[in-house]
Design a protein around this ligand. Structure first.
Ligand code: PGA
Length: 246
């Protein structure tokens, strides 16, 4: 069985003080989770060191929200794998729809980031997903297949997570129907050609829909934005399908 990965992407939220206070509230709520799941937090760069200290010994893992393909150099605003590894970061989000949209990240750049991450020992969480217009134009499968083929080129699928995040469902409160999310995740699994790959769903995941999403056969985890900022709500998400969850 693939181990579920429940990841919180904090985006541009949380100062160090806020991250510390989140950890204080969150850790006691997730101290007894079963071993079938891993909980990951992706804070902004400035809070990584603080959160690394707060999470030490908890079994929770850290992710970064980006990584560059070069080891160092004149790349203002970027971060290298070595800088992240120094703080115990294990995962890195690449290809999220926000940098794809705001900074015109291409599949080629995303692929370079993911390859460098794997080479350094980080596990990329590579995001794919269609826009509202693309879905309306019945282009969903074509778009995602291209993102998968170009984004995953040369990557080792056993050290990779693919996150299916329909753009129209991100931050909008509109969740993709669980059965439709499952269908696309199943297609991604087939296109990757490695049945054991971990595939997440992301886009308005919350306490109210987590159990249904995690009950799907092809959804091995979730990438959570807004709902990961609240320690009680995110603990409920991490405790999916458990009667004891908060
Ligand atoms: P959301 O964001 O949960 O706030 O919709 C998901 C994401 O962007 O990864």
């Amino acid at each position: 069985m693939v181990k579920a990965v429940i990841a919180g992407n904090w985006k541009m939220h949380m100062t160090c003080a806020e991250a510390r206070s989140f950890a204080q509230s969150f850790l006691p709520l997730v101290s007894n989770l079963p071993a079938d799941r891993t909980v990951v937090l992706a804070p902004p760069f400035t809070a990584i060191a603080t959160l690394a200290e707060a999470l030490a010994g908890s079994g929770l893992a850290l992710a970064s929200q980006n990584v560059h393909w070069e080891g160092n150099g004149a790349y203002t605003s970027e971060i290298s794998a070595a800088m992240l590894l120094e703080h115990g970061v294990a995962y890195t989000i690449v290809g999220h729809s926000e940098p794809r949209k705001y900074y015109s990240e291409s599949d080629e750049q995303i692929n370079r980031r993911a390859r460098a991450a794997q080479d350094a020992g980080l596990i990329p969480i590579l995001c794919v997903g269609e826009s509202d217009d693309q879905r309306e134009a019945a282009e969903t499968e074509r778009v995602i297949r291209r993102q998968v083929e170009q984004g995953l080129e040369g990557l080792d699928p056993s050290r990779l997570i693919v996150a299916y995040e329909p753009i129209w469902a991100i931050g909008t409160g509109k969740t993709c129907e669980a059965s439709e999310a499952n269908r696309i995740c199943g297609l991604i699994r087939a296109w990757v050609g490695f049945p054991e790959i971990t595939i997440q769903y992301g886009g308005s995941v919350k306490a109210e829909n987590i159990d249904q999403l995690m009950a799907q056969s092809d959804i091995d985890g979730v990438l959570v934005g807004g709902a990961s900022l609240d320690p009680v709500g995110f603990a409920r998400i991490a405790g999916y399908q458990l009667a004891v969850a908060a």
